[in-house]
Design a protein around this ligand. Structure first.
Ligand SMILES: Cc1ncc(COP(=O)(O)O)c(C=O)c1O
Length: 487
C-alpha cells in the first residue's frame, strides 16, 4: 500500500504551493482594493450554485493545478469584502497581515484553552483580553477570554450572570433550587442571539423580556422600569439587563450609564453587547457613546467586526474575573488538575469551546505592529463618513434616513415624489435586488417600524464619499426605471 501523505509535508513542494497562493491573493487584493476589474458580488441562485459546484469528491485527487483552479473559482463566487463598494453587513475586509497570521495559526494548531497544549496561544489570549479590559476601564481584578464569535460570547457572559445572580447553584442543580423563574431584560432592537442565548439557558421564550425603544431606537428608560415592574410582579426574578452598544439594525447605542444606575439600584447584572460598537472605545471622538461601560459586569466585543480581523475573534470581559470561573465548573481530570481559580492559565475552565485555535495571534501581531492609534483613527473615520452620508441624504429631497447615525450604520429610503406611498416599501426591495444582481455594490436592508429601509455599514477603510455618491446615483437610476416600468 502506498502512503503519499508524507510527501504532502515536503517543504520544497510547499514553497511552490505558497507561490501560487501568494499570487492568487496578490491578484485578488490588487483588484478588490482598487475596486476595479472585479465586481463586489457575482450573484447566483442557490440552485445555480449547487449545479455549478456539483463535482463529487474523487477517490483519486484532481491534482494541484485543478486544485488551484478551484481556489480561483471560490474567490470568483465569493463576496469581495475588500472592495470599496462593499458596505453591507458588519463584516470587514481583513488586514492582509492577518491573513498571514491565520496561516501561522493553522500551521501551529496549538490550542489556547489549556496552557500545556499552547503556552503562547494562552498567553496571547490573556494579554489581548487584558488590553480590552483596560480599554473598557475595568479594575485590576477584571479578566476576559476569547470566544468564537459574539453569539457564543453573549451566551458565555449570560451563563456567568445566571450562575452569579440566580441564587443556588444552577450550573450544578439546574433550576430546582431557584424559587422564581429567572428573566433577562433586553431591548427590542437587541441582536437575535441574545434571545437565543436566553432560550438555550432554558428560560423559555418569555425569559428574554423585550423592552421598548424610543424614537431613536435606544432602550427607553421608562419602558425598562415598566418591564422590570411587570416581570417582577408576574413572579419572575429579573437577574440581568442586556444593553446594546450598539444595536445591529441602526447602530444605536443604548444609554449604558443610565442602565448601569438602574442595575446598581436593583442589584442586577449588566451585560453590554458591544459586538459592533465597543470598537468606539478606541476612538477619542466617539468613546462617550459607551459612557458607563466600565460599570458593566460583562462586555462582548467582536474584533472581527471593527478591528479589521478575520472571523471569528470575540473578547468577553468580566469586571470581576472571578465571576467567569463558576460558569462551567466541571471536572475533567485529563485536562484540569486543580480548582479553576488556581488554574487561571487554563482558559477552558471559562469557555464553551474545548479545542480553540490561537485566535488572539492576528490581533496581537497587528496591534503590536501598527499600534492601537491607527485603529482608533479608522473607527473615527468610519463613523465620520456615516455622518457625512447622513448629511447628504438629509439634504436630498428624494431620500430619508431612519435616524441620525450614532456610528457607521445608516438606514435610509429612496422616496421620490412620483412614487405612490403604498409602493415605497417594495421599491426599496426591488432596488436592492437589482443592486446585488448588477454586482457593483453590496448593501443590505432592514425593517424599522414596519417600513422597509436600505442599510449600509461603512466598515471598509477604502470606502470614500465618492462611492456613496455613486451609490445614490445608482439607486436613483434603478428606482427611476422601476417606477417607469423599465427593468
Ligand atoms: C450587536 C450584535 N451582537 C451579536 C452579534 C453576533 O455576533 P457573531 O456573528 O460574531 O456571532 C452581532 C452580529 O452582527 C451583532 O451585531
Amino acid at each position: 500500500m502506498t502512503n503519499s501523505i508524507p510527501n504532502f509535508y515536503d517543504p520544497v513542494n510547499f514553497e511552490e504551493v505558497c507561490e501560487h497562493f501568494a499570487g492568487i491573493i496578490r491578484e485578488y487584493l490588487n483588484k478588490a482594493v482598487r475596486g476595479e476589474e472585479i465586481p463586489v458580488i457575482t450573484r447566483k441562485s442557490p440552485a445555480q450554485m449547487l449545479e455549478e459546484w456539483n463535482e463529487q469528491i474523487p477517490k483519486e485527487g484532481v491534482g494541484f493545478t485543478k486544485g488551484i483552479e478551484l481556489v480561483k473559482r471560490v474567490i470568483d463566487d465569493s463576496i469581495h469584502i475588500h472592495h470599496p463598494r462593499y458596505m453591507g453587513h458588519q463584516v470587514c475586509g481583513p488586514l492582509p497581515l492577518t491573513i498571514l497570521c491565520d496561516m501561522i495559526m493553522s500551521m501551529l494548531n496549538n490550542s489556547s484553552v489549556v496552557f500545556e497544549m499552547g503556552q503562547v496561544a494562552t498567553t496571547l489570549e490573556l494579554r489581548l483580553t487584558q488590553w480590552v479590559c483596560d480599554l473598557i476601564g475595568y479594575p485590576s481584578d477584571a479578566g476576559g477570554i476569547i470566544t468564537s464569535g459574539g453569539s457564543v460570547g453573549n451566551l458565555t457572559a449570560l451563563l456567568a450572570a445566571r450562575q452569579v445572580m440566580c441564587g443556588g447553584n444552577v450550573w450544578q442543580d439546574g433550576y430546582l433550587e431557584t424559587a422564581r423563574r429567572p428573566a433577562i431584560l433586553v431591548s427590542k432592537q437587541a441582536h437575535y442571539c441574545v434571545k437565543r442565548a436566553v432560550q438555550i439557558m432554558g428560560l423559555g421564550a418569555d425569559g428574554a423580556v423585550t423592552v421598548d425603544v424610543d424614537a431613536e431606537y435606544r432602550m427607553d428608560m421608562d419602558a425598562l422600569k415598566e418591564a422590570y415592574r411587570k416581570t417582577t410582579e408576574s413572579g419572575r426574578k429579573v437577574i440581568a439587563v442586556v444593553a446594546s452598544g450598539c444595536t445591529t439594525a441602526t447602530g444605536t447605542f443604548d444609554p449604558i450609564n443610565d442602565i448601569a444606575d438602574f442595575c446598581e439600584y436593583h442589584k442586577l447584572w449588566l451585560h453590554v453587547d458591544g459586538a459592533h460598537g465597543a470598537a468606539a472605545l478606541l476612538s477619542p471622538k466617539y468613546r462617550d457613546l459607551l459612557k458607563g461601560i466600565e460599570r458593566a459586569d460583562s462586555v462582548v466585543w467582536d474584533l472581527h467586526k471593527m478591528l479589521l480581523m478575520p472571523s471569528l475573534l470575540t473578547a468577553v470581559c468580566f469586571r470581576k474575573k472571578a465571576h467567569s470561573y463558576s460558569t462551567f465548573a466541571q471536572e475533567a481530570s485529563y485536562l484540569f488538575t486543580a480548582a479553576p481559580e488556581e488554574e487561571w492559565f487554563n482558559i477552558a475552565h471559562r469557555t464553551l469551546e474545548c479545542t480553540k485555535p490561537m485566535l488572539a495571534l492576528k490581533a496581537y501581531i497587528s496591534l503590536m505592529s501598527y499600534g492601537s492609534a491607527v485603529f482608533g483613527d479608522y473607527i473615527t473615520n468610519c463613523f465620520d463618513l456615516a455622518h457625512i452620508f447622513a448629511d447628504i441624504l438629509e439634504k436630498a429631497d428624494d431620500f430619508v434616513i431612519a435616524v441620525r447615525p450614532d456610528c457607521n450604520i445608516v438606514c435610509f429610503r429612496y422616496e421620490p415624489a412620483n412614487c405612490p406611498a403604498e409602493k415605497i416599501d417594495q421599491l426599496q426591495r426591488d432596488i436592492r435586488q437589482q443592486i446585488l444582481d448588477e454586482g457593483n455594490f453590496y448593501i443590505v436592508q432592514t425593517v424599522l417600524h414596519e417600513k422597509q429601509y436600505l442599510r449600509v455599514t461603512l466598515i471598509n477603510p477604502l470606502t470614500k464619499e465618492a462611492d456613496l455618491l455613486l451609490l445614490l446615483e445608482n439607486i436613483r437610476k434603478i428606482g427611476g426605471n422601476k417606477l417607469a416600468g423599465i427593468g
